[in-house]
Design a protein around this ligand. Structure first.
Ligand code: HEC
Length: 112
């Protein structure tokens, strides 16, 4: 027999393929980004960035930025040439949580 907890897990698994339900690690990644980055970037699946030049995280695209490289950049210290963008450094677990969240929210361009 499947207990209440098992039932919840099953429901979550079903939702996540249909919409963008986040698993625990992705939620942690989101929380980190909300703390560190949300004063400039739109972190969620909707909304505009508070900083006019900062791209919303969901718009980066998942092929280039969010592979192994990006997780490594987060650990090495993420910086850009933009003077408003501070440098951040993540440990490995945090970097992976952030990347998993970002992957989950990417808005894929319509097929050409
Ligand atoms: C003080 C404002 C500010 C904060 C805080 C900030 N950003 Fe940015 N970020 C920017 C701006 C502005 C740009 C656009 C830079 C440009 O294109 O010149 C940018 C660009 C980026 C880019 C794309 C450029 C690249 O190097 O690939 C990434 C990725 C990024 N930010 C990630 C983050 C993450 C992750 C955090 C939080 C850990 C964060 N940013 C926090 C302002 C900010």
């Amino acid at each position: 027999m499947i207990g209440r907890a098992g039932y919840t897990v099953l429901l979550l698994a079903m939702t996540s393929s249909a919409s963008h339900a986040l698993d625990g690690e992705q939620s942690r990644g989101k929380a980190l980004l909300q703390t560190l980055c949300s004063r400039c970037h739109a972190v969620g699946q909707t909304g505009t960035s508070p900083h006019p030049d900062a791209p919303p995280f969901r718009s980066f695209g998942d092929d280039k930025l969010y592979d192994e490289d990006f997780a490594e950049r987060l650990q090495a210290g993420l910086s850009t040439i933009h003077p408003d963008m501070p440098t951040f450094q993540f440990n490995r677990a945090d970097a992976e949580a952030v990347v998993n969240y970002l992957k989950a929210i990417q808005v894929r361009p319509k097929a050409k």
